[in-house]
Design a protein around this ligand. Structure first.
Ligand SMILES: O=C(O)C1=C[C@@H](OP(=O)(O)O)[C@@H](O)[C@H](O)C1
Ligand SMILES: C=C(OP(=O)(O)O)C(=O)O
Length: 410
């Protein structure tokens, strides 16, 4: 499905939007709920990634296919490897079969897990034979993906002796590790994070409890971008959000001050308000703690004619697509002057945005969603726009609520 996006009349935006639960929190809680059935979950994410996770945890079939869902692939590897009673072949989309998993598989094998590569060494599909793990210490490198570490942490308390993880080298996406530890803590599972060591103590059961998932902050980023690009006075109310989020992407509230966007926290929602023009100063940010909002920020800068230096982007090359190359190619088509390395992006100030450009999305939901706000400036075409459902089912409906016309191209 290819879409043409445009606006009929420029006007101030004033809209309420409800966003589904965080896919990161949801996919952690789904694993934890399987291990501890005492848990109930509210405001679960309706994303494809969470649907894949639910299917994988409920199917009896040997072949488990999790599509494009990175968290499902990584979290289920530890789950199936350490849970007695089930052997599976865990696989995913073609892209997933090219997203590395060796660091996690090595760590699990060191613990005694039985995992074999079915095709390329270091990549899915994996043949996992469940086994009882009795070792209690493991080392793992932290610079490629924090999901490997979260994966071990999620199953750790169900291992006979718990688990001590020694983190090697630099650690990337740390807020996601902290999110995992906070959820364990909420359940009453004891953990200790000191220096490079994380210890999780064994736990057989937890108290009956309901956990309410906060809505997804990465999804909120597209509304930050829309408000940033809109007329002064525009505002969008997003629910259900709170101060003290577990999600690292809540740093958006600070970052978007650069674009004149103020965030007001209410009881169960946030109001994003365009209160002044964007600063024209160079925006320099290290995004190693919040990689998923890099595309949104790059596009907002381009739309506002602001130069930016984004660093800490070394994980972007192994996400749904090589996001650095994809940003480079698509922003260049729109008229941007942009250069990328394997861990950073530099965008020059731009004066003009080309109209009616076709944006390729490379099977990456965030390419479609990050570029959509540009429709407030010029008509733009988004190819294979259905990719958004990986994290955001009703994204295009919500764009229409904001006042963006969404026409299907035939
Ligand atoms: O643990 C998680 O829920 C996630 C961790 C991050 O991945 P990396 O740790 O691979 O950067 C992030 O990009 C991804 O969307 C979700
Ligand atoms: C990178 C992402 O997801 P995952 O790694 O879980 O596929 C994302 O949603 O931007």
């Amino acid at each position: 499905m290819d879409l043409l996006l445009y606006v009929l009349k420029h006007k101030k935006i004033s809209q309420n939007i409800t966003i589904s639960g965080s896919k990161s929190e949801s996919n952690r809680l789904l694993i934890l709920q399987k291990l501890f059935p005492e848990i109930s979950i509210e405001n679960l994410s309706d994303s494809d990634d969470s649907v894949h996770m639910q299917h994988a945890l409920s199917t009896e079939k040997e072949l488990v296919d999790i599509g494009h869902a990175g968290t499902a692939m990584r979290f289920l590897t530890s789950y199936f490897a350490t849970t007695e009673g089930r052997n599976v072949i865990l696989t995913g989309s073609e892209r997933m079969q090219n997203r590395p998993i060796k660091i996690l598989v090595d760590a699990l094998q060191d613990l005694g897990a039985k995992i074999e590569y079915q095709d390329k060494i270091g990549y899915p599909p994996l043949k996992i034979s469940s086994t009882k793990i009795t070792k209690e210490k493991v080392q793992i490198h932290g610079n490629v993906s924090s999901q490997y570490i979260s994966s071990l942490l999620l199953v750790a308390s169900k291992l006979e002796n718990g688990l001590t993880i020694e983190l090697l080298g630099e650690i990337t996406s740390i807020p996601y590790i902290e999110m995992t530890l906070s959820l364990l803590h909420q359940l009453g599972i004891e953990t200790k994070f000191e220096g490079n060591f994380i210890q999780v103590f064994p736990k057989k059961s937890v108290q009956n409890q309901t956990i309410v998932v906060e809505s997804d902050w990465s999804s909120a980023s597209y509304f930050y971008s829309i408000v940033a690009i809109s007329e002064i006075g525009s505002e969008i109310i997003l629910s259900a959000y709170k101060n003290n989020s577990l999600q690292g992407d809540s740093c958006l509230a600070t970052i978007y001050q650069h674009f004149g966007v103020e965030t007001v926290f209410q009881e169960n929602s946030i109001t994003l308000k365009k209160i002044k023009e964007s600063s024209k100063e160079l925006l320099e940010i290290d995004l190693k703690n919040a990689p998923d909002i890099a595309q949104t920020i790059a596009v907002t800068c381009f739309a506002e004619g602001i130069a930016c230096n984004l660093t800490g982007l070394h994980t972007l090359k192994i996400k749904e697509t090589d996001r650095l190359e994809a940003l480079h190619d698509e922003l260049t088509k729109l008229g941007a002057t942009i250069s990328v390395s394997d861990k950073s992006l530099h965008l020059e100030k731009s004066a003009e945005i080309k109209k009616n450009i076709q944006i390729k999305t490379y099977n990456d939901h965030r390419m479609a969603m990050a570029f959509a706000p540009l429709a407030l400036k010029v008509p733009i075409k988004i190819l294979d726009a259905e990719v958004v459902t990986k994290s955001y089912q009703k994204f295009w409906d919500d764009m229409q609520l904001i006042g963006i016309e969404v026409d299907e191209l035939v």
